[in-house]
Design a protein around this ligand. Sequence first.
Ligand SMILES: NC(=O)c1ccc[n+]([C@@H]2O[C@H](COP(=O)([O-])OP(=O)(O)OC[C@H]3O[C@@H](n4cnc5c(N)ncnc54)[C@H](OP(=O)(O)O)[C@@H]3O)[C@@H](O)[C@H]2O)c1
Length: 277
Amino acid sequence: MKILLTGAAGQLGRSLRLTLAAHDVTACEHGRLDIADLAAVRTAVAAEKPDLVLNAAAYNRVDDAEADPGPAYRSNAVGPRNLALASREVGAAVVHVSTDYVFDGRGNRPYHEYDVPAPRSAYGASKLAGEVAVRETNPRHYIARTAWVYHEEGGNFPRTILSLQDRDEVRVVNDQVGSPTYAPHLADALTTLIETEAFGTYHVAGSGQASWFDLTCELYRRAGVKTTVVPVTTDEFPRPAERPRFSVLTTIQEPRIVLPHWEDGLAAFCARLDKAA
Ligand SMILES: NC(=O)c1ccc[n+]([C@@H]2O[C@H](COP(=O)([O-])OP(=O)(O)OC[C@H]3O[C@@H](n4cnc5c(N)ncnc54)[C@H](OP(=O)(O)O)[C@@H]3O)[C@@H](O)[C@H]2O)c1
């Protein structure tokens, strides 16, 4: 398949470059293609004439988006809409990656694909706007919601928490529960999904569920870190953007695309870090 990959330098973009090796991929980093620039998107897509446009680009600075939502909407709504439009114009399918933050997190069971989104943050609203734009612009779409993504390279929670291992104690939120997702596992799942031609919305996140506290304890255990991990509440850690309290993603969609358990993702992440050290 001929694929135009955008956001190719991010955590997911880097992982996809490996999992899509069997395909003919043109990988565009931000500097090469700004997805919020419609003319540039149309030119790139018309030149490549791909079978599929796979968008791994996004604005993920959740707290910054609260004070200034403009950049989030440019990259998370206008950009995906541009890609959906340009892909439709050449008869290509499009993949939009979305987030658990489209849900309000007030439920007490995992969210499936048919649950109704109700974002509580500007970031979540911008990602939902991207979903809506893609759905209404190109019927040949896959919308893949994921969560809590991390990779050996990139800014993410496991890397940040590992960087604090020289402290005697770290305090970590224990009342936000989600689906930690290892970027290479997500990339594998998307690589399977694009072969299905079963267009629609999918939840593609690590299996199982964990709080940030659980994730930290398991990461430190695997990495042999002795730092004490103290559970705290969200209220003790006020942030500009509201986070969902419970945003575990599950899937009821067919065909079923199920990712490995989040602990297996963490094991693979630690093994890669060990190998790199
Ligand atoms: N990270 C998470 O925890 C998480 C959770 C749920 C869902 N997701 C979704 O998963 C997908 C992949 O996320 P990720 O973690 O791989 O993100 P990432 O590591 O932050 O990478 C995103 C990439 O997109 C690029 N980008 C931003 N705006 C762009 C634009 N207008 N045009 C072209 N490129 C642009 C960024 O470039 P610059 O660095 O130059 O801006 C960066 O290279 C995204 O859709 C994200 O919303 C992520």
